[in-house]
Ligand binder design. Structure first.
Ligand code: GAL
Length: 997
């Protein structure tokens, strides 16, 4: 059908050629602000009348530009018209791989919410010829100026410009924005569908003699230390870099001695490009990006990305981000030892890249292209494979590269995300080789890797990663939702892959484009990945999935604020909770995982043993910007501290030094810990002086306790009616349960085998769904039976069985209590009985998530102090980022507020613990390192809650003292939790000592 431009496979019409983003002295009129807006249900919009300069829009709605209309209308309202938009085509929608429109390219449904925008603005008389620029419109826009059509465009996260015949004085801009278009088929990224003019709109003056485009070529030779600079310009112009003494015509080359640019030391040389009509600012960074013998090398040394995948997200404004938020992201990343970003899955706002140049982050810049939903048609009609889409795909590449080509931070162009194969990629690659040979190219999803300089995968297991590091990975593989899996070594090569391509692929460096799925409580295993990533030159690092949760601030009908996610919307298809998988929550509160990642990413390795060993693993910098200091904490207080005299360590070098005498003697105190830190000696753009970038610890052995004095209580356990006493402890004679210790009322313990499943416990679909196995095995509905309560001399021995309703399996347990000085000791022994494996439920591998003891304390309990890892939660596979020490927290602060309630707040490797509260004696627990958690609700209540506001304090505090709990892993998308992080289903015995203080 003619005229239906939004269903055209062409990318647009009437637009100017793409060109470099530039900061210049040409006048700019921002057209951001309040526009008039009217939403219509179909692409016809309000009809044609609205383009007229005298159209009366006084009764139209007001709309903030830039914004996504679905969030503007929705966010602040409770129960108003915006709430009704939820779950309709008109509200915010979230899908992961599926298209929200029928798969019928290039057509879209007639239901196609369309926003007509109008703006009346004044142009000063001396403004001159002008260009109108849209930095981003989702998904298709047609534009009229003063009633005259300028053209239309798709490509949501890319700029487009029109020559704009503005008049001095009043002008009228009319823009029609369609939610769905043919462009939608190229934008199936796992994220919210958020239509609107969501980035800046600007009118830029283009005087005669203006610089339309420029290209900075700044190479660095690490052998000679020389930089080579050439700036190409679309017009005669002069390049001036005062610091380098450069003043030369554009197009000429200068070779000068320079410091290179790196994320470690983001050295920029500022200057200008001057033409008759315009001066453009230059921020030049010299660097060379190469693949040398299968290793990724920048400025002569191998580069390892310590990266995250970053979507643009703000919980109020979606993908409309202000500069402060971009800086906040970068500062938080730099402080967490993150040195690189993959711009998943589209070019970010251009300001973000300027900031990356300045602050120092390596960037893998991804083209706005994903066609994942064609998987539902077996990849038939996949646009990158079809000639009719070629122009649109090349348009996306050109607009990306032309806009961003001058940023030293960008070292890799990524052709697309998850779009399978096609000749389109080969054409993209060819164009890049011509236009920008100074960078390397990544494409992960084509199994031939013919257009990629990297071999790349998502979410491989550690074993596979290690074999890739050794260049011994299996051949072949087959394609799964998240890329290649290799479960059969005899698998033939994937269809279409030649032996020659396979041979070439084996020679490529390897990039972990996505790993460690940070959904909910997670990811675990980061240190393991980094032990492998550090060990092999072929592996050039990785990007955690992902930086931030994409939750939307919302308010429920009762006025409670909550974080809206896809399951809150009644709409099919939904992407489930996969929008909540960031290292930071939607409001950018760091999850504990961020500290764990910071530890895994440390580039200064500090090992404190008999001596202190410090290694510099930075890419470029020595350690002259750092100070090294030590401190000994005993019982939570610093008892000695000092400076460690360490000479500057060149990159790749290590030094060793003795533990200072003062530290060694202070380490003899009770609960003493020596910490050595590397901290910034002076403030940087991203952190204050003293910011710690790396640390190592030595924990003193526990001091032998003198025999604990008794309090003259009869050593023999005694029965007094319904109560049995063992030292200070009283037990219910019928149930054998502890009911008090001194004056502290207690209840329990119960054997606990369960935890509220985390997102990662649910696995992916049927794959690795441990939570489903736990349910089928009945772990969430355990009953407890007491078989025997026997006094045996000074001991009380209680025997029983804990088992799920319905099932034949369970655990038999014995709890032996005996007086221990002023407290009581519990020896717990647990044996797994019954046919656990090969049950009729066909779960051959049944692992329990936890093995421990659950106690109830009075609700007055509200503070916890402990010695162990902390203060944030830790798990078996997510622990090294937390220090060892003595910590104190309120019980409320021990809870990590994941927006979907799930297991949280565990603490591993605890030596002792005290729980106290007003008007109650404090409970003290000592033991072999144990896990603890304290909360005002049970695991079952935690599991049942849909939102944090469903969790309400009860009349007890629940304390878990556990022998162990399984790790966290990454199985919601990644591999299964390794066995070493699970709780073995075997006979286990452990002890704890309880006392009141
Ligand atoms: C990857 C994809 C990401 C995200 C992730 C799971 O396959 O590239 O966009 O969907 O899986 O959260």
């Amino acid at each position: 059908m003619t005229g239906r431009y939004w269903e055209s496979t062409l990318p647009g019409a009437g637009r100017r050629a793409p060109r470099a983003d530039a900061v210049s002295d040409a006048a700019v009129l921002s057209l951001n602000g309040t526009w008039r807006f009217r939403l219509s249900p179909t692409a016809a919009g309000t009809g044609h009348g609205f383009v007229a300069t005298d159209f009366d829009d006084t009764d139209w709605d007001e709309m903030r530009v830039p914004s996504h209309w679905v969030l503007e209308a929705f966010t602040p309202l409770v129960g108003g018209p915006a709430r009704r938009m939820l779950g309709t085509e008109e509200g915010p929608l979230y899908t992961n791989t599926a298209y929200p429109i029928p798969l019928d390219p290039p057509y879209v449904s007639t239901e196609n919410p369309t926003g007509d925008y109008r703006l009346v603005f004044d142009v000063p008389a001396d403004f001159g010829p002008a260009v109108l620029r849209f930095q981003g419109v989702d998904s298709c826009a047609k534009v009229w100026l003063n009633g005259e059509e300028l053209g239309w465009s798709t490509g949501s996260r890319l700029p487009f410009e029109f020559d704009a015949p503005v008049r001095a004085g009043r002008n009228v801009l009319a823009v029609r924005v369609h939610r769905w278009s043919a462009g939608t088929y190229l934008e199936d990224q796992d994220m919210w569908w958020l239509p609107g003019i969501f980035r800046d709109v600007e009118l830029i003056s283009r005087p005669t003699g203006a610089i339309d485009d420029h290209f900075v070529h700044a190479d660095y030779d690490h052998v000679t230390g020389l930089g080579t600079l050439r700036v190409d310009a679309s017009i005669d112009a002069v390049v001036v870099i005062p610091e380098l003494g450069i003043e030369m015509p554009a197009g000429e080359t200068a070779t000068v001695s320079v410091e290179p640019w790196s994320a470690d030391i983001p050295r920029l040389y500022r200057g200008t490009l001057r033409a008759a009509g315009e001066t453009v600012e230059l921020a030049v960074g010299f660097r060379r990006v190469e693949i040398v013998d299968g290793v990724f090398v920048v400025n002569g040394s191998p580069l390892t990305f310590r990266g995250v995948n970053r979507h643009e997200h703000h919980p109020d404004t979606g993908r409309t981000l202000d500069r402060e938020t971009m800086i906040q992201d970068i500062v938080m990343m730099k402080r967490a030892n993150i040195d690189s970003v993959r711009t998943s899955h589209y070019p970010p706002h251009p300001e973000f890249l300027r900031l990356c140049d300045v602050y120092g982050l390596w960037v893998v810049l991804e083209v706005d292209l994903e066609t994942h939903g064609f998987i539902y048609e077996g990849w038939e009609h996949n646009p990158p494979a079809l000639p009719e889409w070629r122009e649109a795909i090349m348009d996306r590449l050109r607009r990306t590269v032309e806009r961003d080509k001058n940023h030293p931070s960008i070292v890799v162009w990524s052709l697309a995300n998850e779009s399978m194969s096609g000749d389109g990629f080969t054409e993209m690659r060819r164009w890049l080789d011509e236009r920008d040979p100074s960078r390397v190219v990544l494409y992960e999803r084509d199994p031939s890797y013919r257009d990629s300089d990297f071999y790349a995968l998502m979410y491989p297991s550690l074993e596979l990663l290690e074999s890739i590091g050794r260049r011994e990975e299996p051949r072949g593989g087959k394609l799964s939702m998240h890329g290649m899996v290799f479960d059969d070594p005899d698998e033939p090569l994937p269809a279409g892959v030649t032996e020659a391509e396979e041979e070439r692929r084996r020679g490529l460096p390897f990039l972990l484009v996505e790993y460690a799925h940070a959904m909910g409580n997670g990811p675990g295993g980061l240190q393991d990945y980094w032990r492998v990533l550090r060990a092999y030159d072929r592996l050039c690092g990785g990007f955690v999935w992902e930086w931030i949760d994409h939750g939307i601030n919302a308010v429920d009908a009762d006025g409670h604020a909550f974080v809206l996610q896809s399951e809150d919307i009644d709409y099919e298809p939904r992407g489930g909770r996969f929008s909540l998988d960031g290292l930071v929550l939607s409001d950018r509160t760091p999850k504990p995982a961020l500290a764990e990642l910071a530890k895994a990413h440390e580039v200064i390795d500090i090992e404190v043993g008999e001596r202190v060993r410090i290694a510099n693993e930075r890419h470029a910098a020595d350690t002259s910007d750092l100070g090294f200091r030590w401190s000994v904490e005993a019982d939570g207080r610093v008892v000695a501290s000092g400076v460690l005299d360490v000479p500057p360590i060149a990159r790749g070098e290590r030094v060793e030094t003795a533990i200072p005498d003062a530290a060694a003697s202070a380490l003899r105190a009770t609960d003493a810990v020596l910490t050595v830190e590397a901290a910034l000696a002076a403030a940087t753009a991203w952190a204050p002086e003293g910011h710690v970038i790396a640390w190592g610890q030595k924990v003193a052995e526990p001091v032998e306790e003198a025999a604990r004095p008794g309090r003259g209580i009869a050593a023999v356990a005694s029965r007094d009616g319904d109560v049995i006493r063992v030292g200070e402890a009283s037990f219910d004679a019928a149930t054998g349960r502890l009911i008090g210790l001194g004056d502290l009322p207690l209840d329990g313990p119960w054997i606990d085998l369960y935890r509220a499943p985390t997102e990662n416990d649910h696995g992916q679909g049927d794959h690795n769904n441990l939570a489903a196995v736990w349910r089928a095995t009945g772990l969430h509905r355990l009953l407890h039976r007491v078989d025997d309560v026997a006094v045996d001399g000074e001991r009380l021995v209680v025997r029983g069985r804990t088992a799920p309703r319905t099932h034949p399996h369970g655990v038999a347990w014995t709890m032996t209590w005996m007086p221990d000085g002023d407290g009581v000791r519990l020896d717990a022994a647990v044996d797994f009985v019954g046919p656990w494996a090969d049950t009729p439920f066909k779960h051959r591998d049944i692992w329990v998530p936890r093995l421990g003891l659950r106690f109830a304390l009075p609700a007055a309990a509200d503070r916890v102090a402990w010695f162990g890892r902390g203060p944030e939660e830790t798990y078996a596979d997510s622990v090294e980022g937390a220090r060892v020490g003595r910590f104190e927290r309120t019980i409320d602060a021990l809870q990590t507020p994941y927006p979907i309630p799930q297991e949280n707040g565990n603490h591993t490797q605890t030596r002792w613990l005290e729980v106290s509260g007003d008007g109650m004696p404090a409970l003290r627990v000592d033991g072999e390192p144990f896990d603890f958690a304290a909360r005002r609700w049970t695991s079952e209540q935690l599991e049942a809650a849909r939102r944090p506001s469903d969790l309400v304090a009860g009349d007890r505090v629940w304390l878990n003292l556990d022998h162990g709990q399984q790790g966290i892993g990454s199985a919601s998308v990644g591999p299964a939790l390794p066995e070493r992080y699970r709780v073995p289903r075997e006979r286990t015995a452990w002890s704890v000592r309880l006392s009141v203080v």
